[in-house]
Design a protein around this ligand. Structure first.
Ligand code: PMP
Length: 309
């Protein structure tokens, strides 16, 4: 592991920042069609670490490096369903900062493969990583060795939602030329909805915010957290969304198949679930421009894809 000096950190952060965000907005043309309604999705896998989590991971890490709390001598420590861990590991490798994560043993095989290749220390838990237990485990490890670890805590770190406030929302507003009417996002740490939603509301208070939830606690939508059966993340603002809609795993799987055939995109379960939610919104309205986020592609979900096709 290389040691990065403060003057180098600045330069490396700047270079790494060029690989974060600025993702294309994809128009759903054939998988869904309704006159006067358009659905767009941000293709968030087209950045470092191949998921939406590049944005918050980069912002949380760069703020901690800038404040001097995080150096090459401490590990970035967190509980993650995988994507945040991969983003930490990719950014950490570039900055010479080691990464330790708590991850569910049920997380997809590809996640482990990628994380191992990126030299991440993985502590597997039988608890779901989006649940409270894995977060408590990360916190207690940090408390035991506060000099060795930096508990970055994506569920409570304000720089998680601020990343979306500063980047995702601006991009969506600009890419739709300010014509976005609805923003729809699934809830994991809730950073995407909270940050993007807050900024979009400032840019145009008429924009409607729709939060998506898995229909049951036993869902297979990796990355989504069922708030009804667990504590809401500290960064969540329950008053922000105008509406909350439920999406089932089965519904998401149907959209994976449909979008593959009609649009040539292979979506992850949570991206397909986001589209299912956007379609529910489209069915409620007569006109509008709905934007959602495709958090990642099917690349890390080989087993699901094999079972569907
Ligand atoms: N989908 C996937 C695949 C994810 O990894 C995450 C992040 N856990 C989300 C959706 C939800 O995003 P957020 O944490 O910003 O709510």
């Amino acid at each position: 592991m290389l040691t990065i000096r403060p003057h180098q950190a600045d330069r490396l952060l700047k270079a790494t920042g060029k690989l974060i965000g600025k993702t294309p907005l994809f128009l759903i043309r054939h998988a869904f069609n309704k006159a006067n309604v358009r659905i767009y999705a941000k293709l968030e896998w087209l950045q470092l670490g191949s998921s939406v989590k590049a944005r918050p991971a980069f912002h949380m890490i760069s703020q901690a490096v800038a404040s001097g709390e995080l150096t090459s001598y401490r590990h970035i420590l967190d509980a993650t369903s995988g994507n945040t861990g991969i983003a930490y590991a990719a950014i950490g490798a570039r900055l010479g900062i080691p990464v330790t994560i708590f991850m569910s043993e049920t997380a997809s095989k590809e996640r482990s493969t990628i994380l191992k290749a990126l030299q991440t220390n993985i502590i597997y838990t039988s608890a779901p990583t989006t649940g409270d237990e894995a977060q408590q485990m990360a916190l207690s490890l940090f408390k035991k060795q506060p000099n060795r670890y930096f508990h970055i805590n994506q569920y409570g770190n304000e720089n998680n939602w601020k990343a979306h406030y500063q980047t995702t929302a601006q991009e969506i507003y600009r890419q739709t030329r300010g014509r976005v009417t609805h923003f729809v996002a699934g809830l994991g740490t809730t950073g995407t909805l909270v940050g993007t939603g807050r900024r979009l509301q400032e840019l145009n208070p008429a924009i409607r915010l729709i939060a998506l939830q898995p229909d049951v606690s036993t869902h297979l939508l990796e990355g989504w957290k069922h708030l009804g059966s667990s504590t809401a993340p500290a960064i969540y603002d329950a008053s922000l969304a105008h509406q909350t809609l439920a999406v089932s795993t089965e519904e998401a799987y149907e959209w994976i198949k449909r979008v593959a055939v009609k649009e040539g995109l292979l979506l992850s379960p949570s991206s397909a679930a986001a589209l299912a939610g956007a379609v529910q919104v489209a069915e409620q309205i007569d006109e509008g421009i709905i934007v959602t986020v495709f958090a990642d592609s099917a690349d890390k979900y080989g087993e699901v894809i094999n079972s569907l096709f």
